[in-house]
Structures are given as C-alpha cells and as structure tokens.
Design a protein around this ligand. Structure first.
Ligand code: SF4
Length: 695
C-alpha cells in the first residue's frame, strides 16, 4: 500500500539533507519543506523540485542487456540480466582470478547500501577492488582530519554553532549556491555582529557577503594559510596556552611558516600583503572562530596539505575544541559522510576500521563468519582502479552503483576507452546515465523516496529517510540488486535486502569502531531528529560535539603538521596561459544524472558555460554569449562565454554537471594528491579563444 499522507524524508541531493515531506498530489507527488535542524523549513530549488524525479518519463523501468559488444541495449527480464551478470563474473573469476572484479559506489547511496556493497565485495566476490566517488569529493578532508584530530567527521559540531561564532573563515566553499538553506546560519551570525572571511578565486554569492574576500590564485591555499599563520606568530596573536595544553608539533610548523612572510605570499597567491595581515588579525582577535574548508581547497594535488595548513592556523590561534570554535569540512554529497564510514572505500571496513589492521580484520571476519585469511586486503583508489580496467592483468568486470564516472572523473575520455575494454560492465542507476550507456547490463534502481534508509549528514547526524511510494514494478532497490546477484552466485544469505535489517547489521558491525552506530535504530532515528555518532549504546545520547574535552588522538591532543606550498601539478605557461577551475551551480547537482532530468532546473541552467573576466574577454575579442573554445593538453570544449567581474583575470570557471560534448572533465587532468588520491579538479592550465564559427 502506498501511504496517502505525506512521508517524512530528506532531500535526495546534498549533505545538508534538508527535511521535507513527500506528499501525494494528483497523479504524482510534491515536496513540502519541514522544520528540521539543518534547514529549518527552507529548501533550495533542487529540493523543491525533487518530486519531479519520481515521475520522470526517462526513468529506467526494466533491465537492459547488450547481447554483444557494439550492439544495442535492449530491454530484458531480471532473470536474463542476472544470469548474464553471474556468468560474466564466473568467467572473469575463472580466467583472471577474484581480484579481476571491481566495484564502484557512490556518496549518495544509503548507509545500508554502502555497508552491503563493501560486504558484497569482500565476502561474496572476495575482491579487494572497491572504491567510490567520494574519492573525488571528501578524501583530502578525511585524511587531514584523521591526521590532525584522530577522527574524520566533516563537522565535529552541529551547524547551529555557525550562528554563535564571532568569525567564520570559509575556504573554497560557496554555500550560497551549493547549499542555500545553510546561509541562514551565516545570516544569523552576521546579524549578531559576526564576521566572515571567504577565500576563493571567484567572488561568489557567498564571497559577496563577506567582511573580507581573499581572491587567491587557484592552487595557492597552503601558501595563504602559512602566510596567515606567519603574521599571527609575528604579531603575537597565537594562543600559547591552548597550544601547550591541547596540541603537539607546533615548533615544526612555526619553523616552516617563518619563510611565508606577507610579501612573498602575495607573490605566490595574488592576495595583497595588507589583506593577509588584515585577515590574520580579524581571525585571531575574534573571541571565537570556526574554520571551514570545502572542495576548492581539497580537490588539489596538495589537497591534504591545504586542509592541514588551515588546521594549523585554527589550532595555533586556539580556535578549535571549544564552544563556538572548531575546524570542519563541508561535505558535498548527500551521504558523503556515511558513505565513507562503512566499507565502500578501498582501504576500509565498517565503523572506520582498516583493512590493513590485523585486529580490525579479525573482528570483521568473525562478525561476517569468514576466515580472516579470506578477507582481501586494501584495493586500488578510484583513478588507479579505472586505469587498470580492461588490462590483461587488471580489473575485467566492474559493477557501478549510484555513480556516473563518465561525467565526474578527470580526463574522462580515457575512462570511456577503459570501460569499453571490460569483459563485463554492470551499472545500476535510476536513469540511463552516460556510464550506463556503455554498460553490458543496466539494472533499474529504486530512488530516494522509493525505499527506506539512513544517511549521515554533513554534521555526522545519522538520519532516517522514509519511503513515500513503491518503485515501479520492475525496479529494485540497491539492496535487492546486491542480494539478487549474491543469490545468483550461490551466496543468498550474505546480503540483507530489507533496509532495517541491513541497518541493524551495520550498527553491530560498527560497534567499537570510531564511527560507532551500535546505539542506533530506525525507531530511535525517527523519534529523535537524527542522532550524532559515535553512539555506542541504546541509552547513549549521541555526540554532537566531538572535541570539547579532548581530541580523538591517543593522547587527546591535536597534531600540527608542517606543510609546504607546492603549487599546482600543471601550472600555466605560454601555450596554456590561464587557470581552469571547475565547480557547481545552484540549479544542477554533481554529474547531473538527476537534475538534468528536472525541467525547471534544466531551463535555469541548460548547458555548461565559461565564466571569464571582461578585461580578458576584451583582450581576446570575446563578447557575452559568444562561443569560445577551451583547450588543455587533454581535450577541447566549446561553450558560451559569461562575462563577470567576479572572477580573476587569469582564471576561467566552468561547471561540471554535463556529459558528452559539454563535459569539462574531458579537459581536467588526472594528477592526484599523493595521500588522499583526490584528483586536482580545481586547477589546471588552459588556453582560451573565441570559436571561429557559431554553434
Ligand atoms: Fe537539497 Fe541540499 Fe538544496 Fe537542501 S540545500 S534542498 S539538501 S540540494
């Protein structure tokens, strides 16, 4: 039976996970915002229009099968599709071994699916090779948080703290466009006399509201952070008592930033020295301050170091682990937080346990009822996994669930060739995404309002998403899909396909881990407005604030890390004289698989474009809406020009939500951070010219 009244649920898109009701309306459904701690009744236009996805005529409603390579995808029965998958998996295992199987998940999958996907890889397929698209999103922040604080939770405090702090330092984030309801906390903070410093190469909608905007050259975040700390030390603004009592490693950082004097940092970053001094004083002299990074600083080949450099600043000024003070990273994808906690990451077991740790392995092996020796070791991170697709000794069969890498990976044309070289590509999705178009088998998956599940939002708050309707008859939930494949392979009992049972198992599996969900249950999440992890037992209240007394390191002290600025992996030169940076726009979301199928969002942002400064446009003879060509060492892209004073003269911005001829990720490059393996989406060298003919 489909419920007649509205169902309490959350938005299908970003990590704010705004609360909403999905209510029957005519033959379809509509979204009604509800009062939830993250959105307090507000939604952005993506959330308002989310119900359109439920009745989209483009929805996949039956499995699709490609009878032979190069042939067309044709509708098929589940029986035939599953038989083809099982046969393909067995053939690959027989010819190439278990490690020739790969899986690729997503940061939008529920906690239950992320957990079961990891278990499916390690217990059913027994392959090490599983990773997910959070590798492109939160990986640098996750490593930096672990190194500095001993635990990775995007925000170690509720977002309501933003309204209570005197100063917000925001680096590489544009929530006014990517998470508009979050801005109510910024507005409340401003109304109470608070100040905002924004670090961004673009004068975004968010930067326009700032007390101070530091418009740095792309790829120079660590230099700027070191420069700010240099000034703070020079001008005796640091908090010696805090450093002494709650941290370790300051001396090395003090030594490292000694060479980052303001004039030098101005030459590196383009931020005027006097602005660096002003920002350091504003930040240091505030009684309380919160520092937030996001993809702008993190999606770089020095992404981990960028984050660590800003953590150093926050720690040295004593702006962490205290009321209205803290350091956090703004998670992007809907379940970017939970999706990285429970096992779909290449090196990880549930509850943030590590595949490389003998105790963790033994514990999970016992829990899953397999021998420790049967558990594979850590697998390859996303880009290395993709590089090995189709190679004789590499991965020969791949299952993609809830991700569209053909739009979201850097240097994406190479991925197409790799996917086509596979013996078997299976994609489970709502729509025929650019990745699904290349698959041998496409499985129609249920979407957000068609199955129950839990998500963990940007605060570390685990929330329950209710089901508003049943999926179409031939559509299956992600859990059902995994269970069906497992059953076809002769392992029917390994995968729970009922969400509540899967969640109960996940909670038990996480017990004792850093991300401990053991005290959580569906009834509890429904009754309370989500619960913050860690929550190790039934009676435990959850943990909204993580670091009030101590940090999560063995000795309770946060760690400084001395970092050096190293510049972008691909700097500008005479042939490619401008910086290309990519990002999101208000009316689209991630790879656009969903939002490009919502009419009002498409009419608001129908196609990609390039933002450039009017002076640069005049120099190159480019007018507003002219067709221009961007060219990097990888590829070319024709888009229309948008002229704006909000961007630096030397920088071009292109949103990344489109595939095919509009795919900017054909041009981005595959340099990755050596620690997090996150690609450097935020900066590469590009040439620009007016296109020679229109269209
Ligand atoms: Fe959905 Fe994010 Fe918009 Fe909220 S801010 S409505 S969660 S897309």
């Amino acid at each position: 039976m489909e419920p007649e009244a509205g169902v309490e649920t959350h938005c299908p898109y970003c990590a704010l996970q705004c609360g909403m009701h999905v209510v029957p309306k005519g033959a379809g459904f509509e979204v009604v915002p509800r009062d939830f701690p993250t959105n307090r009744g507000a939604l952005c236009r993506k959330g308002w229009t989310a119900a359109e996805l439920l009745s989209s005529p483009e929805r996949l409603t039956t499995p699709l099968l490609r009878a032979r390579k190069g042939g067309a995808l044709e509708p098929a029965s589940w029986r035939d599709a599953l038989a083809r998958i099982a046969q393909g998996i067995r053939d690959v295992q027989r010819a190439h071994g278990r490690a020739a199987l790969g899986l690729f998940g997503g940061g939008g999958l529920t906690n239950e699916t992320a957990y079961m996907l990891g278990k499916f890889a390690r217990v059913v397929l027994r392959t090490p090779h599983i990773d997910y698209n959070g590798r492109f999103c939160m990986a640098s922040a996750a490593i930096a948080n672990q190194k500095a604080f001993g635990i990775d939770r995007g925000l170690p405090f509720p977002i309501a703290e933003l309204a209570r702090t005197e100063m917000i330092l925001l680096i590489g984030a544009n929530p006014a466009e990517t998470m508009p309801p979050l801005m109510q906390y910024f507005e409340a903070q401003k109304k109470a006399g608070g100040r905002l410093i924004v670090v961004d190469p673009r004068r975004t909608l968010t930067a326009e509201q700032a007390t101070l905007h530091l418009q740095l050259t792309p790829g120079t975040d660590a230099a700027l952070a070191n420069g700010l700390l240099h000034v703070a030390i020079r001008d005796r603004l640091i908090d010696r008592d805090f450093i002494e009592a709650r941290t370790r490693g300051f001396e090395a950082v003090q030594h490292r930033v000694a060479s980052y004097w303001p004039d030098r940092v101005e030459r590196i970053s383009g931020v005027p020295a006097k602005r660096i001094v002003e920002a350091a004083h504003l930040f240091a002299e505030a009684a309380s301050a919160i520092t937030l990074t996001a993809r702008g600083a993190e999606q770089q080949h020095q992404g981990v170091n960028n984050v660590l450099a800003f953590i150093n600043l926050a720690l040295a000024l004593g702006k962490a682990g205290k009321p209205a003070c803290g350091f956090g990273c703004i998670t992007g994808q809907g379940n970017g937080q939970g999706g990285r906690e429970h096992g779909q990451k290449s090196d990880q077991l549930p509850g943030y346990r590590k595949l490389s740790d003998p105790d963790d392995r033994a514990q999970l092996a016992a829990f899953w009822g397999v021998s420790e020796a049967a558990l594979p070791g850590p697998g390859l991170p996303a880009l290395e996994l993709f590089e090995r697709l189709g190679h004789p000794e590499g991965v020969r069969a791949l299952l993609v669930m809830g991700s569209n890498p053909m739009v979201s990976v850097p240097d994406a044309q190479r991925l197409r060739d790799r996917l086509l070289a596979l013996d078997l590509l299976v994609v489970a999705d709502l729509f025929l995404s650019e990745t699904a178009e290349l698959a041998d088998v496409v499985l129609p998956a249920a979407q957000w309002a068609e199955c129950e599940g839990t998500m963990t939002n940007l605060e570390g708050r685990v929330i329950f998403r209710g089901r508003a309707k049943l999926p179409p008859p031939e559509v299956r939930s992600d859990l059902q899909i995994l269970q069906l494949i497992a059953a076809e392979l002769g392992e029917p009992r390994s995968i729970a396909d009922v969400p509540e049972r899967a969640f109960q198992e996940l909670c038990r599996a996480s017990a004792g881990g850093a991300a401990d969900y053991a005290g959580l249950s569906y009834p509890r999440l429904r009754a309370e407005q989500g619960v913050f992890w860690p929550c190790p037992s039934d009676g435990h209240p959850g943990t909204p604030e993580l670091f009030r007394e101590r940090f999560a390191t063995p000795d309770g002290r946060a760690r400084f890390h001395a970092v050096e600025h190293s510049g972008p992996a691909e700097d500008v030169d005479d042939d490619y004289p401008f910086y290309l940076t990519t990002g999101r726009v208000l009316a689209q979301y991630q790879s656009g698989t969903q939002t490009r199928r919502v009419a009002s969002l498409c009419s608001a942002e129908p196609e990609p474009f390039v933002e450039l400064h009017p002076q640069l446009a005049a120099t190159l003879g480019i007018a507003e809406r002219d067709w221009v060509e961007l060219r990097t060492r990888r590829s070319r892209l024709r888009v229309r020009a948008r002229l704006t004073h909000s961007i630096r003269y030397d920088t071009l911005f292109v949103p990344f939500h489109w595939g095919g001829a509009g795919r900017i990720n054909s041009l981005t490059h595959a340099a990755v951070d050596p620690q997090s393996k996150i690609p450097e989406f935020k900066v590469c060298a590009v040439a620009l010219a007016r296109a020679t003919n229109d269209g």
